[in-house]
Design a protein around this ligand. Structure first.
Ligand SMILES: CC(C)(COP(=O)(O)OP(=O)(O)OC[C@H]1O[C@@H](n2cnc3c(N)ncnc32)[C@H](O)[C@@H]1OP(=O)(O)O)[C@@H](O)C(=O)NCCC(=O)NCCS
Length: 172
């Protein structure tokens, strides 16, 4: 798939691929950069990449093959339902606001639908406005506040959206 970006300093073409083992270290490095002490480590990235009911999808710059972004999504079928959790999602600063985050989220959602997920869920830092706006723009709503979720004084919101009906606004 190709998407045309709106910024001249961003590569014009982006390629989406299921991650391979050779991508683990680049993903883990970006995780550490963006999420610090709550980042996925190398072993966790590899765990999700190998898991049947999980997806690690990357976006590559078609010009130089560099990693522009990624999403890790995993199905949780415990407790009767089938929830697709967005474990992590990130886009390189130079490629932001070009639609990559939304495209990665849509593709992860399509994967979840195929596996029978009836809800998509994500935990997001209460201070992370860009991510909250992205999820809201895709039809997710805040259903709970999770006090001290990351550490004392570092709170999260649980955001979710049923997957039964297509979103009117976000078209997930
Ligand atoms: C959150 C993140 C993934 C968004 O990626 P992105 O590729 O820039 O997002 P998109 O270009 O697809 O944006 C889709 C929509 O999200 C919202 N949005 C994204 N970034 C925003 C920002 N900085 N401010 C306000 N709204 C924002 C907008 O509604 C945007 O639509 P628009 O550009 O048409 O207005 C990116 O900022 C990022 O990697 N942040 C660091 C990692 C992170 O926090 N990940 C989320 C973990 S839960």
């Amino acid at each position: 798939m190709q998407i045309m970006t709106t910024r001249p300093d961003v590569a014009q073409c982006v390629r989406f691929e299921v991650a391979k083992s050779s991508d683990d270290s680049a993903i883990a490095a970006l995780e550490g950069r963006f999420f610090g002490d709550v980042a996925l480590g190398l072993g966790e990235v590899a765990y999700y990449r190998r898991r049947d009911q999980a997806l690690v999808l990357i976006a590559r710059d078609d010009d130089d093959n560099s990693l522009l972004g990624y999403v890790v999504a995993s199905l949780d079928s415990r407790g009767g339902g089938a929830a697709l959790w967005i474990v992590t999602l990130a886009v390189q600063p130079r490629a932001r606001r070009c639609g990559l985050g939304r495209t990665l989220l849509r593709r992860a959602t399509a994967f979840g639908r195929k596996l029978g997920a009836n809800v998509i869920k994500v935990q997001v830092n209460v201070r992370n406005q860009p991510a909250r706006r992205l999820y809201e723009s895709c039809g997710l709503t805040t259903t709970r506040r999770l006090p001290n979720y990351y550490a004392p004084g570092r709170h999260a919101y649980l955001m979710e959206r049923p997957l039964r009906a297509p979103s009117q606004r976000g078209e997930l």
